[in-house]
Design a protein around this ligand. Structure first.
Ligand code: ATP
Length: 516
């Protein structure tokens, strides 16, 4: 059995080999933590975006979408706090010369202790079988108590240091817990420093008149500064939401794990404006709505969990992450935050404009509160790929790599294959292509054996293959082959649009999300 790490490596090379993801500027040896999406990757990514966009804007009559510019007035980032506080605490190892995020090093240490506790529990569960009582074991096992105490103490110190932005204490924690550099294995650390993650550039031609502007590190601010425009032009009543999909840029220090942490990435964010005092109810509701959106894809309900934040930003009064089980552990894919009236309040202060809502029922004006849902397209892409990638051994010793993608997200919905390149079969196959291509992304393939053609489509996750043979010319039937079961079935050509629609449509997916 391949380890998770090996499988992940294989997935990364599969992504390149089959046109999903390429390193950026690869002929120049690439650019750190920047990636390009290829012919199949961009289709899959577009489908993810469509799924999100439609779920937000079509399933909620009070949510509308916008598309704000990447460049924004520099004061936006002063007001939002990003100029002063969008920092990561960095630490260098003097032996390996590698740079790390101090918070990540400590969080990894906490995760290690959690793992140790879990291992003890798993071992005991095996030993005691049905009689096993986890709560009792946790309360009495000497090993578990020791690990738990160490973990809780570490966690409390870490939480306090982060909340106080106490860089010296972060370093002290790393020293006290004897955290070593994974590469050099040493504890020869520098001090912890702050590093701002925003990229900046200059706008205007003459250097003296040019002003420093930033590449947005999140899309959310484009929504906040348009709150009044959308509210007024759309005559929106609270509660209402504004959704947006777009690029964001962060000068990440520790860029790793493929498209999980990139310097240029894409976000899908929605800010939901509400009456102050209702935020915790809405926060709970949005947690459920968003989890339902994820689970409707059928990647496995046990692969998700919420991770509530210990360290709340000073303006937030609740925050959670939706984590997905990647081959390298449970990782954040989406954040849901209750941001109070912080952002609108800050923009009102810095712009000198009144940014409020007049409540026609209570006849009062106030600054709305906000619940934000923020998901990375690329991390979503990665979770879908990780869950879908499978290596299967088939009967007869043959093997295949198959991407069991949710059919609605698959880059290619169906591939049409004439059995041979003659006898009029290609013409018939082209007719079928014309029947389907205006609704779906369809491929036509006449090269190599049918077996090889199936494997090619399996590798990019095409849900249906349609084979045209000599009988087709007489009876207008074709063989359709299912990607996952590999079962074949004879069907009428006239039934194909319905069959394909039932398999790949977004409708069924959206209906699942809409269920209450
Ligand atoms: P992390 O703690 O992993 O750095 P974050 O908490 O800073 O993430 P947010 O600011 O909440 O992330 O951004 C919302 C979402 O944007 C994240 O849940 C993630 O899916 C995505 N995202 C953030 N940074 C990156 C990145 N560097 N590369 C890819 N996606 C990202």
């Amino acid at each position: 059995m391949a380890t998770q790490e090996e499988t992940f490596k294989k997935l990364v090379s599969h992504c390149k080999e089959y046109g999903f993801v390429f390193p950026s500027s690869e002929i120049y040896d690439g650019l750190g933590a920047v990636y390009d999406y290829g012919q199949n990757g961009s289709e899959l990514k577009n489908n993810i975006k469509k799924y999100w966009w439609d779920a937000m804007t079509r399933l909620h009559e009070n949510i509308v979408g916008i598309d704000a510019a990447i460049f924004m007035h520099p004061t936006v980032w002063k007001a939002s706090g990003h100029v002063d506080a969008f920092n990561d605490p960095l630490i260098d190892n003097k032996d390996s010369k590698k740079r790390y995020r101090a918070d990540v090093l400590i969080e990894d240490e906490i995760a290690k202790l959690d793992d140790k506790i879990q291992k003890e529990i798993d071992k005991a569960r095996k030993r005691f079988g049905d009689k096993f009582d986890e709560a009792q074991f946790r309360a009495t096992s000497q090993h578990v108590i020791e690990h738990q105490t160490k973990r809780d103490q570490l966690h409390d110190r870490y939480k306090k240091a982060m909340n106080d932005v106490d860089l010296a204490e972060l370093k002290q924690i790393i020293l006290d817990y004897e955290i070593v550099d994974p590469i050099s294995g040493t504890r020869n650390w520098t001090d912890v420093r702050q590093f701002n993650l925003m990229f900046s550039t200059e706008m205007g031609s003459a250097s003296d008149s040019a002003s420093k502007i930033y590449l947005r590190p999140e899309t959310a601010q484009g929504i906040f500064v348009n709150y009044l425009n959308v509210q007024k032009s759309g005559r929106m009543k609270l509660p209402f939401g504004i959704a947006q999909i777009g690029k964001a840029f962060r000068n990440e220090i520790v860029a790793r794990q493929f498209v999980f942490r990139m310097r240029e990435f894409e976000q899908m964010e929605m800010q939901f404006f509400i009456k102050p005092g209702t935020e915790l109810d809405w926060f709970a509701k949005w947690k459920q709505i968003r989890l339902r959106w994820h689970k409707a894809l059928g990647l496995g309900d046990n692969k998700y969990r919420f991770h509530d934040h210990d360290k709340l930003a000073h303006y937030a009064n609740a925050a959670t992450d939706i984590e997905f089980e990647m081959p390298f552990g449970f990782k954040e894919v989406e954040g849901i935050h209750s941001r109070t009236n912080f952002d609108l309040g800050q923009h009102a202060k810095f712009s000198g404009k009144k940014i409020e809502y007049f409540d026609p029922e209570t006849k009062e004006s106030y600054t709305p509160y906000v619940i934000e849902t923020s998901i990375g397209v690329d991390r979503m892409f990665l979770s879908v790929m990780c869950a879908a990638y499978k290596e299967e051994t088939l009967e007869g010793g043959d093997s295949r790599v198959v991407l069991s993608l949710p059919a609605a997200l698959a880059p290619v919905k169906a591939c049409i294959m004439p059995l041979v390149k003659k006898d009029g079969l290609p013409d018939k196959a082209r007719e079928i292509e014309n029947l389907l291509k205006f609704d779906y992304n369809i491929q036509y393939d006449e090269k190599d054996s049918i077996g090889k053609r199936y494997r090619r489509q399996d590798a990019i996750g095409t849900p249906i293959c349609i084979t045209v043979d000599h009988d087709t010319l007489n009876d207008n039937t074709v063989t359709i082959r299912d990607r996952d079961t590999m079962l074949q079935q004879r069907v009428n050509i006239s039934d194909l649009p319905r069959i394909v629609e039932e398999k790949v449509s977004f409708k069924a997916l959206l209906q699942k999300v809409a269920q209450d």
